[in-house]
Design a protein around this ligand. Structure first.
Ligand code: NAP
Length: 253
């Protein structure tokens, strides 16, 4: 794209993370660039922010390919959650098909610190097999990933979700815990103590370590579900700063 065309260069950011929102706000301050933040529409009140946004699926990779072309998207940044594997696959396929450059922004994974008691697993099914009979567990993996714990009616489980729900609690014993991030460490610690949980099950999302620090302070066991394998051959950065640089190069270069 030439220097005169940059005024309307739209960068589509696939969001659902705090980094995506920060990136959209940062790019909005850049002359010649229009960031558009895309959200899945899973929550009714996404975390605040001033960036321009759209919501809802595109209709698979083909739908996204069409959207990229129809909306004359100059560059695409996949800043979805590290576990949003389907959207990332679709983004890779659509960007190839439409000839639109794609960057993956993925915050660094957590690594254990001294005193952490972690067990690594690859899936929620494996995670469900680990706590001993009768354990009390806190599931910070999203309600959609909690289903495998139905195979453990001996466990008591708290499942954290962002939105309140009328839905029946899906496991034999336990309760919903409704809360919207960020979760300060002191609050996490108080919550775990009140619930009497000895185990925390988490995806290795990266970012704020508050719940992990709280678990360590309480001597809790942590089951850490590892990230899906990264997609080969795609440029990938870990910070918003790097993503801003990439976007500027992509539209000006
Ligand atoms: P997913 O399985 O990878 O995606 C499912 C479908 O949701 C996609 O095929 C797409 O529908 C739509 N979608 C996902 N992200 C979208 C976006 N940013 N803009 C427009 N459509 C989007 O994703 P998921 O694991 O269900 O996560 C859904 C959203 O929540 C993601 O945006 C993700 O960043 C966020 N999130 C996920 C997790 C997690 O643990 N998975 C945790 C925190 C936040 P179409 O095929 O119709 O385009």
């Amino acid at each position: 794209m030439g220097a005169n065309d940059t005024k309307t260069a739209t960068v589509l950011i696939l969001g659902g993370t705090a980094e995506a929102r920060t990136l959209a706000e940062r790019l909005a301050a850049e002359p010649g660039l229009r960031p558009l933040l895309s959200l899945a529409g899973a929550t009714t009140r996404p975390a605040g922010g001033a960036a321009e946004a759209r919501a809802g699926g595109f209709g698979g990779a083909e739908g996204l390919r069409r959207y990229l072309l129809e909306q004359s998207i100059a560059a695409l940044i996949d800043a979805t959650h590290p576990f949003a594997a389907r959207m990332s696959r679709n983004a890779a396929e659509a960007s190839r098909a439409a000839g639109v450059p794609l960057l993956r922004l993925k915050r660094p994974a957590w690594t254990p610190q001294p005193g952490d008691r972690w067990r690594m697993t690859r899936t929620a099914e494996e995670a469900a097999a680990l706590p001993p009979a009768g354990a009390r567990v806190f599931l910070a993996i999203g309600p959609n990933s909690a289903a495998p714990f139905a195979s453990r009616p001996d466990l008591w489980a708290a499942i954290r979700r962002i939105e309140p729900t009328e839905a029946l609690f899906p496991l034999a014993q336990g309760q919903w815990v409704v809360g919207r991030p960020p979760f300060p460490e002191a609050d996490e610690r108080r919550l775990f103590e009140e619930l009497g949980v000895g185990w925390l099950v988490s995806k290795n999302s990266g970012g704020d370590r508050a719940k992990l620090n709280a678990a360590r302070a309480l001597g809790m066991e942590v089951v850490m579900i590892e990230r899906p394998a990264p997609m080969a051959g795609l440029p990938c950065v870990e910070t918003v700063d790097e993503a801003v640089e990439w976007a500027l190069a992509a539209i000006r270069g």
